[in-house]
Design a protein. Structure first.
Length: 34
């Protein structure tokens, strides 16, 4: 989750954790790319 925490605000990090750990982070990063 290091990539998410470094780029995201606290709210985004919480969203990633809520989305389900590593899978959530992958989806979050995918959304950024899009």
């Amino acid at each position: 989750m290091s990539d998410g925490s470094t780029v995201a605000d606290n709210g985004d990090v919480n969203f990633t954790l809520k989305a389900g750990g590593k899978t959530g982070e992958y989806l979050w990063e995918y959304t950024i790319i899009q």
